[in-house]
Design a binder for this molecule. Structure first.
Ligand code: THU
Length: 130
């Protein structure tokens, strides 16, 4: 992964609105044409109404008509290696194929790189609904 995707996730993490958990998270999605869409978690006083960094990044990706995803980076301020929550794995899998690399990051950089297939084996697929 080139360093810029990590930096984009980290910069997004700096914009997190996480006054309740105090657990800022950032995510960055790169598309095959080289664009990067980033996002942070946004919390709400009615706790279940908040959402994750990956979800914000996906919103930017969809609004930007992002195209095929090539790689994803996720970082959390208070973890050496953050992993996307279950809901975000399903959301990411909606747009990122099984071979897409997901860089699990911490303050000192990429701690581990896995694939979407690693994160969501046997995931529910929407094909049957089409
Ligand atoms: N969070 C994310 O942004 N992404 C994840 O994959 C895990 C959790 C956020 C949600 C909430 O704002 C805070 O981390 C604590 O759960």
């Amino acid at each position: 992964m080139s360093h810029d995707l990590y930096l984009a996730a980290k910069e997004a993490m700096g914009k997190a609105y996480a006054p309740y958990s105090k657990f800022p998270v950032g995510a960055a999605i790169r598309t095959e044409d080289g664009r990067v869409f980033a996002g942070a978690n946004i919390e709400v006083a009615s706790y279940p109404e908040g959402w994750c960094a990956e979800t914000t990044a996906l919103g930017h990706y969809v609004m930007g008509s992002g195209g095929r995803i090539s790689e994803i980076a996720v970082i959390a301020a208070r973890m050496d290696k953050v992993t996307p929550c279950g809901g975000c794995r399903q959301r990411l899998a909606e747009f990122a194929g099984p071979s897409v690399k997901v860089h699990l990051c911490g303050q000192s950089g990429v701690a581990e790189t896995v694939t979407m297939a690693d994160l969501l084996p046997y995931g529910f697929r929407g094909d049957i609904l089409k």
